[in-house]
Design a protein around this ligand. Structure first.
Ligand SMILES: *Cc1c(COP(=O)(O)O)cnc(C)c1O
Length: 376
């Protein structure tokens, strides 16, 4: 896919913000837990390799990804640190997991047996696994005591599996309502009793658990959202320390025109000018991850909030300007401008009724990432 290097639309990532967000979490930890930076989905759209570099400098001791390809990307980039794959690895690729010294989630007895079936013929060493307990997310992992005992039994018989970790994932650690969290915590406490005491890593903490629940029973924190400066609760809970959104999305006006009153704009003619209006065209559209739901949302032009008028097209959209700005005028789509005005991912998420995580995640490959304040 062609990346839009020659177009003014960019994702600008402030490395110092990521660094500071991790340092702030380190200060907040009370039990010496390690931080694994979660860089799945290309680092939530911020660029996995660069985020991993910055996180390492800030003191992250390992990384979490969701799929094997993401782990291999980090290895190819030269990272020697531990990498935990949180999603389900296809048992056919167990050779690569072992060879690249990766750790992966073990989600069921069935999965372990399938891995055994695919075990490489040559001498490869052990497979490091983190057994996943499904305490109430309903996504991956063992649910019953019986399943846990079967898995332990299996592991005893098959020493080529190295039980490196035991973990679970909380679905609602980011809310003032802690009732479901309590259910999950209770179940995980029971699971811990069933497993051996000497497992190196026991972990439950995503950002929310790290921020608001003292990384409950975790000697490893899987830090995602808060590292990127995204509040996992949206607006519900205040973060105990300040975090800063690391990414801004910027562009420039590519055409400006005065459109007479009563004229239609964009596909479907959903907008008619109510007076003679200054209209600017921006080179960003839904193919860039700037979805059509943003019709009517605002962008920052010269510190002024300007509405997106008419439909967002595949590659472009139009904004109503207060005056005839010159072509080339800088526009902030998300993030802050030099004057301190800002439109956060949170605000954007609320507008399109999603969560802040999703906005940077869906930015497409066509939008090049530019790194500033590189903490060298
Ligand atoms: C994505 C993910 C995380 C990171 O969650 P954040 O809310 O972004 O901190 C942690 N653990 C698992 C299992 C995940 O899938």
């Amino acid at each position: 896919m062609a990346v839009g290097y020659l177009r003014p639309t960019k994702g600008v990532v402030n490395c110092q913000a990521i660094y500071n967000n991790i340092k702030a979490e380190q200060q907040h930890i009370k039990n010496n837990a390690e931080i694994y930076a979660v860089v799945k989905a290309n680092g939530y759209g911020h660029g996995a390799v660069k985020v991993a570099e910055v996180a390492k400098k800030a003191g992250a001791t390992g990384f979490c990804v969701s799929i094997l390809d993401e782990a291999l990307e980090l290895r190819e980039a030269g990272f020697k640190e531990p990498i935990l794959i949180l999603g389900v690895v296809d048992p056919r690729y167990v050779y690569h997991v072992i060879k690249e010294n990766l750790s992966c989630a073990a989600i069921s007895l069935e999965w372990l047996e399938a891995v055994l079936e695919e075990w490489p013929k040559e001498e490869v060493g052990k497979l490091a696994i983190h057994v996943k307990i499904d305490t109430g997310m309903g996504r991956l992992g063992l649910r019953t005591e019986e399943e846990m005992k079967e898995v332990l039994d299996f592991l005893e018989k098959h020493p080529q599996f190295y039980l490196e970790g035991l973990f679970t994932h909380f679905s609602k650690a980011d809310s003032a309502d802690e009732s479901h969290l309590k259910v999950q915590q209770e179940r995980f406490s029971k699971a811990i009793m069933i497993f051996p005491k000497d497992i190196p890593y026991v972990h439950t903490s995503n950002s929310a658990t790290a921020l608001w629940h003292d990384n409950w029973k975790s000697n490893l924190i899987r830090l995602g959202a808060s590292m990127y400066g995204l509040n996992p609760s949206g607006k519900e809970l205040k973060t105990p320390y300040k975090i800063e959104q690391a990414m801004s999305v910027i562009t420039e006006i590519v055409q400006v025109k005065k459109v007479p009153k009563g004229e239609a704009l964009s596909y479907g003619a959903t907008y008619y000018t109510s007076e003679d209006e200054w209209i600017g065209t921006l080179p960003i559209g839904y193919a860039d991850g700037f979805t059509r739901d943003f019709q009517g949302f605002e962008v920052l032009v010269d510190g002024v909030r300007c509405p997106i008028v008419g439909r967002v097209c595949m590659d472009q959209c139009m904004v109503k300007l207060p005056k005839g700005y010159p072509v080339g005028t800088k526009v902030v789509i998300f993030g802050h401008d030099r004057k301190g005005n800002s439109i956060s991912f949170q605000e954007a998420a609320e507008y399109i009724e999603t969560i802040n995580y999703e906005i940077p995640c869906v930015l497409s490959e066509r939008v090049p990432l530019v790194y500033v304040n590189e903490c060298d």
